[in-house]
Design a protein around this ligand. Structure first.
Ligand SMILES: Nc1nc2c(c(=O)[nH]1)N[C@H]1C(S)=C(S)[C@@H](COP(=O)(O)O)O[C@H]1N2
Ligand SMILES: [Mo]
Length: 519
């Protein structure tokens, strides 16, 4: 009986702590709520292999899984601490306070930590400790005894009604506080959404090249040339998607070799000449045959122009900085080679994606893109600061986590159809997919069956060197089980290696293969 009451006291106290923390986070920022800071701190400390595993198995749901995990673990601890508290009231309450301290430590350790971020966890800890102390006292008050007396009560003889009333009142008050907090945070989010909804993107001074006919052969199951925004992969460390108010947003540009530091507003950017480009973005965590690659029509300002105006020169012209470090509002740092950013390619400060302002999840209001570089070394979302420095002086977020400093996208290809373990009918079966080698371009794609000779696939029309290229090969399929493999050759003449290498530290290699059973 005691254990049951203890467990209930623990759960109610834990729930109250989260509810109060949610309410306090309204005054601080939603990202400072304990589950988010603990989850974020966990993400920061996740070894690359595990992060890769999470991305691979849960995809964009990896964060929902993590948050659910934290809540489940918290509930179990709350039960245990409650049971402890009915026996050792001070110790139990002290442990509850300690949980708040864990949240405080997590909040303070985030790369974008501000001092106020510790407040929600601190308030939650204090509430949990105090409430548990009080409830635990009730749980062992003998009928007619003194609350807080040293548990001399006989088993089962206690003020049941008093406890139930107290616990219910605490739970109800917490539910109210939590709901109010959620609502206020939602109101804030609505205001930020309005700043995006009110954004009107100007027409590009330099529109994208019209797509040649036939960039997308009509084959069922083949990826569309343009990936729709809703299907576009998302990879980032943000547990709560940052929602930046564009009207107060600023981009600072400073550092070594910057002769005129600048601070640009969103309107400053929209007022400049905008270019529109089709660019295929790829994640370094994309396994051979994986889904973390997509093509969008991006609208933005050429980053090299902004750098030149500020007096920046690339290393080849004697500039002192070889690394451009992009910082996001959530403290992410992403370092790109200055030489690459300024070599004439369409490196962008992007404001639009597929004809709309960037979605919040893809970096509203402004993100970076550098065709030919994996996202983790080029594509900073929620961008707010650009610093010119050197690779010797600074390691960006992922580099500190064993990924390479430099990471050009590797020449890769993928079979989209037939799907693995499909059972097409014997006869002509179209084998089709995509190949990419951004900023080099694809010149050949070959397919082979069961390790036999390579057959050249028909390449779809080429939209440009910065995008993927669709391909098709008509296969005369015979009954039985067969293994299809694909490899691409880029315009430098390099043919994709068949050697299987994992994603860490600079991108996977190997031929994508698909096994099918022809009937
Ligand atoms: N602020 C921020 N920007 C980020 C990341 C991140 O975690 N935080 N992830 C990078 C990685 S690893 C990739 S692959 C791309 C993915 O961009 P997308 O989510 O728009 O597809 O964003 C990059 N920009
Ligand atoms: Mo990535």
């Amino acid at each position: 009986m005691r254990a049951l009451l203890g467990g209930a006291s623990g759960l109610v106290s834990g729930f109250a702590a989260l509810a109060v923390a949610e309410l306090v986070s309204v005054a601080v920022r939603p990202e400072a709520s304990p589950v988010t800071v603990v989850g974020g701190a966990a993400v920061d400390r996740t070894p690359p292999a595990l992060k890769d595993f999470a991305v691979r198995h849960f995809g964009t749901d990896d964060k929902a899984v993590l948050q659910l995990g934290i809540v489940v673990v918290l509930a179990l601890f709350a039960l245990a601490v409650g049971v402890l508290a009915v026996r050792h009231r001070r110790t139990g309450s002290g442990v509850a306070l300690l949980f708040g301290a864990v949240g405080v430590a997590a909040a303070a350790s985030r790369p974008d930590a501000r001092w106020a971020d510790v407040l929600p966890s601190a308030a939650g800890g204090v509430v949990a400790g105090a409430l548990l102390y009080w409830l635990a006292g009730r749980a062992r008050t003998p009928l007619g005894g003194r609350p807080g007396g040293r548990g001399g009560a006989g088993a089962g003889v206690f003020d049941r009604r008093g406890f139930v009333v107290a616990a219910t009142a605490a739970a109800a008050a917490s539910a109210g506080a939590g709901a109010l907090g959620r609502q206020l945070n939602a109101d804030k989010a609505a205001a930020q959404a309005a700043s995006r909804a009110d954004t009107v993107l100007p027409r590009p001074a330099s529109p994208a090249r019209p797509l040649p006919a036939g960039v997308h052969p009509e084959v069922r199951g083949l990826s569309a040339f343009h990936t729709s925004t809703k299907d576009f992969y998302r990879v980032d460390t943000a547990l709560a998607v940052p929602r930046v108010d564009a009207s107060t947003w600023r981009l600072r540009l400073h550092g070594r070799g910057v002769r005129r530091p600048v601070a640009l507003t969103f309107q400053d950017l929209l007022g400049r000449d905008l270019v529109e480009r089709d660019i295929t973005l790829t994640c370094v965590s994309n396994e051979v045959g994986g889904p973390y690659v997509g093509t969008a029509r991006w609208l933005g300002v050429r980053l090299a122009d902004v750098l030149r105006e500020a007096g920046v020169r690339p290393p080849s012209e004697g500039g002192p900085a070889d690394q451009l470090v992009a910082r996001s509002v959530d403290g992410m740092t992403i370092g790109s080679p200055v030489e690459t950013v300024m070599d004439g390619r369409d490196a962008l400060l992007a404001v639009g994606m597929n004809g709309e302002p960037l979605p919040f999840a893809h970096g509203f209001p402004v993100r970076m893109l550098v065709p030919g570089l994996y996202g983790y070394v080029s594509a900073c979302k929620w961008l707010t600061d650009l610093e010119l420095t050197t690779f010797d002086d600074f390691d960006a977020y992922w580099v500190r986590r064993t990924w390479s400093r430099g990471a050009p996208i590797k020449t890769e290809s993928r079979i989209d159809t037939p799907r693995p373990f499909a059972s097409p009918k014997a006869g002509v079966v179209p084998v089709a997919g995509v190949a990419w080698a951004q900023h080099r371009g694809i010149s050949r794609v070959e397919v082979r069956i069961d390790g036999g000779p390579w057959h050249e696939a028909r390449l779809a029309a080429e939209a440009g060197h910065d995008t993927w290229r669709q391909w098709v090969w008509p296969w005369r399929a015979t009954p039985g089980s067969h293994t299809l493999e694909v490899r691409a050759t880029d315009r430098t003449g390099y043919t994709q290696t068949g050697q299987r290498v994992g994603t860490v530290p600079d991108g996977a290699t190997g031929w994508h293969s698909v096994v099918v059973a022809v009937t």
